[in-house]
Design a protein around this ligand. Structure first.
Ligand SMILES: NC(=O)c1ccc[n+]([C@@H]2O[C@H](COP(=O)([O-])OP(=O)(O)OC[C@H]3O[C@@H](n4cnc5c(N)ncnc54)[C@H](OP(=O)(O)O)[C@@H]3O)[C@@H](O)[C@H]2O)c1
Length: 160
């Protein structure tokens, strides 16, 4: 965890790609000028592959949650490469898309929908590290407790 938190994270916007923004910074890291570990944010498999030609990548931080699965392939790719996947907005989920299924699974586990959203991420892949943001001690305790929720195959199937 400490290693991941110290990671440099580069955000790549629409008009910037890893070759323009990240490569120079990664070279500085490789030469010991900056940090020790390199993380990337909002990147595709192609971006990661290109970056890995310069330095090992330790983490990828892309938007991913129960309702937003567009980076599914990146989750699987990073798992195979032993790269941490940090989903940002881990608690966001589109209620329309899940149409009440989250609440049904939550009731089954006597948990809150937010806890199920986090438990789903933790069960989705072993390389996922969740960093939910909160200003509430109660939410913090609930979020920590979500690590102990064991989702069944049926829960997983229902959540899609
Ligand atoms: N790489 C990137 O481009 C990028 C972009 C955005 C965010 N991030 C990172 O992703 C992390 C998470 O982002 P985030 O905090 O914006 O989104 P988030 O963790 O998905 O959601 C935070 C929101 O959820 C609420 N919440 C937290 N725990 C809850 C619970 N148990 N039940 C109900 N509501 C709960 C919080 O309200 P309360 O305060 O009331 O609990 C807050 O409004 C942060 O570390 C952020 O830096 C990265």
């Amino acid at each position: 965890m400490e290693r991941v938190l110290k990671t440099l994270t580069y955000s790549l916007g629409k008009d910037l790609d890893v070759s323009r923004l990240g490569y120079g910074a990664m070279r500085l890291t490789g030469e010991g000028v900056w940090g020790k570990h390199v993380g990337l944010s909002e990147v595709s498999i192609a971006d990661i592959t290109r970056a890995e030609k310069i330095l090992p990548i330790v983490s990828v931080q892309n938007m991913y949650n129960l309702g937003e699965r567009k980076w599914d392939e990146v989750v699987d790719y990073t798992a195979k490469r032993n790269i941490a996947f940090i989903p940002w907005y881990p608690l966001a989920s589109d209620p329309g898309q899940l149409s009440g299924k989250l609440e049904i699974v939550a009731a089954r586990h006597k948990a809150t929908p937010a806890q199920i959203a986090l438990a789903w991420l933790l069960h989705r892949s072993p390389n996922i590290i969740v960093i939910p943001g909160t200003t509430s001690i109660n939410h913090l305790l609930e979020n920590i407790a979500s690590a102990r929720i064991n989702l069944s195959g049926r829960d997983f199937q229902e959540l899609g």
